[in-house]
Write a protein that binds this ligand. Sequence first.
Ligand code: ZN
Length: 393
Amino acid sequence: MDTTESFRGLACTDCGATFDPDHLDRCPDCGAPLAPEYDYGAVPADPAELADGSGMWRYADLLPFPVESAVTISEGDTPLVDAPRLADELDTGTVLVKDESRNPTGTVLDRGLSLAVTAVAQFGGEDPEPLAHATPGNAGQSAAAYAGRADLRSYAFVPSRAPFSNKAMINVHGGEMRVVGGRYPDALAAVSEQLATDWTSLQEFTNPYRHEGAKTVAYEVLADLDWEVPDAVVTPVGTGEVLVGLAEGFRSAVAAGWVEETPRLFAVQPEGCAPVVEAFESGAETTEAWDHPDTIVGELEIPDPAGGDLAVSALAECDGDAVAVEDESILRSAVTAAGSEGVEMGAAGGASAAGAWELADEFDADATVVLVNTESGGKTADVLRSHLMGQGI
Ligand SMILES: [Zn+2]
């Protein structure tokens, strides 16, 4: 087993039970997600002294697996793009877009799938089980890419509404795909209903490594700001993978002694599906499933988020807040970012910018605000174009 010096194994995020690194499932005792644990004393106190590595694997000293064992397509090392016109409109100092659309398959999810597939490649043995998961679309494309790279079979269960580009590219990468009538929860149920074989789960928060990949976004943001902590980081929330990963990234940067505090974290969800916002605003510790979610943003239509409870606690720990925004505002924001800054945001990414407008009063005149663009504009080009056509453009 090839793991890093700092990695201590997996622990349950609820009951605290500990497990070996090859336990690629939830806690058998209480059902909560597992997460990696580290000895921060084994991590260089000066980030300039990290082991060599490129992309997100530059931070392998704070990941479970060393760069030599990585299944990687050079994910990470995405730019922080200055967005001066957005800063003017928000009446704040600096707005930077952490542009995760520059990853290999155009989404932030590549980070977690690099890590999760690396784990399976390590622990799966001579004849590994196929990988399987349900996804609104983006993670299916990403998983197919990484599984193909590692010569592993993968199944993606996608709802019929998943974008054509995701469906096409799952197959182009050599992945198996099942299109399930209905919405994301139907695809989720279909994995166990339809797969006759045993499989290893790539589902976020079932596989313990998915959200761990997202934490490298935090390290890169801090490094690009010369280890100055931004005032706010705004991110869209679907399953909670990205938000929980970001929070863990900032918390662990404090634990490693790289910075002294975390930035404030802000979660954005569409008004038609906002279980994390609802729970956070009401002071609840757990999210309640939404019976009738309805948003044009398929990636964010996750009515019962697997990482919902962890997302709510992450917001509380990072002095954060959560806002729900209208679909109309999300699409307008994505189009504005493309038109005025040149940054191509998919509809899910547009939620970051829409949330920032909603939150503008929270930002000081000289604040540094980071917006996480989680997906490329090409993922939802048809949705964005339809929005313009609806305005007669
Ligand atoms: Zn447990």
